[in-house]
Design a protein around this ligand. Structure first.
Ligand SMILES: Cc1cc2nc3c(=O)[nH]c(=O)nc-3n(C[C@H](O)[C@H](O)[C@H](O)COP(=O)(O)O)c2cc1C
Length: 211
């Protein structure tokens, strides 16, 4: 089994990375392979709402020149996915948001490529905005019909300068417990495959009162 974790921070080994390492260390301890992919310091354009991905249905975003399509394939290959972001103005870091908008839209219009994979999110923050950011990251996982492990608090860790989060003992415990629960959920899902059939996938009903 394997997990791909996305670091949405521009800091390669900053607090988000430390949070991801805390979770992946537990996964590795349980025999699950992990990789941390650096997203936040790359040049990634936002979604241009062209809807070409929905027409082409080839698992690709048409925007050229970055690694988004490669990262989509990495998610497809993975059994588990972790989204990590620093808090920037009480929200997901801009580059990470650009990546997530494009990648998750592509996976959604290609028959729900991430459906029933295990996925979670972690957030690094100095002081305020941790929960709204956690909520925003979870929106991607929920929409994709993924299976979400939990911890003993919300998955937010506190620190300002790179590495400061290791001093947030409660945050460290949250990440550790999350890693253990994620590993267990992944094993349960793997164990159930072939034994308990998943519910049939329903095509999305798009309904609005505005015609
Ligand atoms: C552009 C920018 C905006 C930020 N906005 C917030 C904020 O709204 N609330 C907060 O508590 N910290 C804020 N911070 C601080 C970071 O969230 C904090 O330093 C975090 O640990 C950085 O994680 P990283 O090392 O992975 O980049 C901001 C930092 C930057 C660079």
């Amino acid at each position: 089994m394997n997990v791909v974790a996305f670091n949405g921070s521009p800091n390669k080994e900053g607090n988000t990375w430390h949070a991801l390492k805390m979770v992946t260390a537990e996964l590795e301890r349980e025999g699950i392979e992990t990789e941390i992919v650096q997203v936040g310091n790359k040049a990634v354009r936002g979604c241009i709402a062209c809807y070409q991905c929905a027409k082409n249905k080839n698992e690709q975003c048409v925007l050229p020149g970055d690694e988004v399509n490669e990262w989509i394939q990495q998610m497809k290959q993975a059994d588990g996915i972790i989204l990590g972001s620093p808090v920037h103005y009480s929200a997901i870091g801009g580059t990470m948001k650009s990546f997530l908008d494009r990648a998750f839209f592509v996976t959604s219009v290609n028959d729900g490529m991430l459906r029933h994979k295990v996925g979670t999110a972690v957030v690094a923050v100095r002081r305020s905005g941790g929960l709204p950011t956690f909520d925003q990251l979870n929106n991607f996982l929920n929409y994709a019909e993924m299976l979400l492990p939990t911890s003993n608090y919300w998955n937010v860790i506190h620190g300002r300068t790179p590495g400061e989060v290791v001093q947030d003992l409660e945050g460290v415990q949250i990440m550790r417990v999350l890693g253990k629960n994620m590993a267990w959920l992944m094993k349960l899902v793997a164990h159930g495959k072939g034994a308990i059939p998943p519910p049939e996938r329903e095509d999305k009903t798009l309904f609005s009162f505005i015609h």
